[in-house]
Design a protein around this ligand. Sequence first.
Ligand SMILES: [Mn+2]
Length: 355
Amino acid sequence: MYKKVARNSGVSGLICIYGKGRKEGVTMKLLEAIKDVKTIAISGHVRPDGDCVGSCMATYHYIKENLPEVQVDVFLESVASSFGMLANLDQIHMDYRTDIKSYDLFLSLDCGSADRLGNAQPIFEQAKETICIDHHISNTKFAKENYIFPDASSTCEVLYGLFDEEKISLQTAQALYLGIVHDTGVFKHSNTSEKTMMIAGKLLSKGVSSAQIIDESFYQKTYLQNQILGRCLLESFLVLDGKCIISTLNKKTMDFYEVTSEDLDGVIDQLRVTKGVEVAVFIYETLPQEYKVSMRANGNVDVSKIAVYFGGGGHVKAAGCSLKGVMHDVINNIVRHIDIQLKNLETEEALLENK
Ligand SMILES: [Mn+2]
């Protein structure tokens, strides 16, 4: 139905996992890959983040503008209002309804496995052809064709290479930029490469509103979110000689400020940047005597070990778990584990120095 084109697409230098095998530099140009297709469904993962929404909307605009005769439908769960600067979000089928029984092609973007497509999974399964474009190393390669670039910062970065640069409109560029900004934590995470910055630069030259996208999708907070952040900072305290900062929030206070867990997103990050702190811990009550614990590490403490010990998970420098009981005990349990790791690290350092 459509042809694979193996040639340099601008994403060379990245390893692409294609199909079941691993081939280097195998890639395609999207417009060539879809040139005989009449109907396309696009979707990404459940609870779509900036990269997911950016990928889907960039691809939607890119195809609509360059192949206007093709019918393109985007299926996603509700999109955060902070991504509201993107055009045509009202075109997304958030109810997952469509008159088309079987799309010629399903494009899965930024989604690691078929079940993560959520309500779009049946549409994926009914489609005649399927292509998966992603950057998650854990991608299960569930489509007929899979273009997985684990070294790319974001799916939007991958897409930039699959698009023809001169055919990228401002609308498309805005969406790509949002995705890159979001998955790199505003060009800060270690996945930000020279290539990422070069692509961001190219998008800027298209006229992307960089400050607006960064502020509105990343830093902007509602008044209530700022209030609760202030409260959490005000009530935070230092332990372990200032190496650990802790803040807690109970349900009563959350109800008083009328905030939900989603309003607490930035609290742990602000705690983490406290000078001298190696581990930041934020604990909030989800149900009576049930707590969500978030941890961030600056130094060499492995917070994922602590999270896993208590039945949670995450990464070395960012992890979380849920605990039950009395807040006081929760704090003590977590702090004890941090203390053990800090002491072990100190011992290791001392041994190295004496060598
Ligand atoms: Mn992503």
